[in-house]
Design a protein around this ligand. Structure first.
Ligand code: GRF
Length: 204
């Protein structure tokens, strides 16, 4: 079975979308671990309900929190095939990224390479898109490297936002697409259809 670790820190709607596709039998994978920097978020609650092992990473390694090298060992023991960042806001240390080369992906709620980077998360992203008067937005799934929102783009989808009145309306339209594109992209990984050749990602 293709094994996923999903990193979260918020409400966990993307985690739920992944789990729902797994339950429907559309995605042949299992979520073997959920990792968060917050012990009490919605995503962790959902994981616990499904009896998925959860790990909390943090600065102070008390109260059950662990550091990234311990986490790396634990995930290697689980034989994780793909790490999916779905709303995980903390910067991941370079050592950790290097030990899971081309095995970490992130979903960003705008069309990269625009509207990404430090501080570009949550409503900040949609506000920046709104204020730019961009006519389209949409989610981007990309590989994770040491720089925020910088890794090669794997998949994107756009939606018309020319008529929106608020950043929240953009968020709503983009989130709907996130819940489709993320499980779809994971499925492409499980089918070995994503290739990174000559510095370009292709879907075969
Ligand atoms: C999503 O908008 C995702 O693109 C971003 O963080 C948000 C997470 O939402 N990286 P949720 O916790 O999956 O509901």
């Amino acid at each position: 079975m293709y094994k996923l670790a999903v990193f979260v820190s918020g409400r966990g709607s993307n985690l739920s979308a992944i789990l729902s596709e797994i339950h429907k039998g559309n995605l042949k994978a299992e979520v073997s671990a959920v990792v968060s920097n917050k012990s009490d978020c919605g995503a962790i609650e959902s994981a616990k309900k499904e009896n998925i092992p959860t790990f909390v990473v943090g600065k102070s390694f008390e109260n059950g929190e662990i550091d990234y090298s311990t986490l790396s060992e634990k995930l290697q023991n689980f034989s994780i095939d793909l790490i999916v960042l779905a709303g995980f806001l903390k910067k991941i240390p370079a050592d950790f990224i290097n030990s899971f080369k081309q095995k970490i992906i992130n979903i960003h709620p705008a069309l990269l390479p625009s509207f990404g980077g430090k501080g570009m998360y949550g409503i900040n992203v949609h506000r920046a898109v709104f204020e730019s008067s961009a006519k389209i937005s949409g989610p981007t799934v990309h590989f994770v490297d040491e720089i925020y929102d910088n890794g090669k783009i794997i998949n994107q989808q756009s939606v018309d936002i020319s008529d929106v009145k608020t950043p929240e309306e953009i968020a709503e339209r983009v989130l709907k697409l996130e819940h489709k594109i993320l499980p779809d992209t994971i499925k492409l990984f499980t089918e070995n259809k994503i290739k990174l050749d000559n510095n370009r990602v292709t879907i075969n």
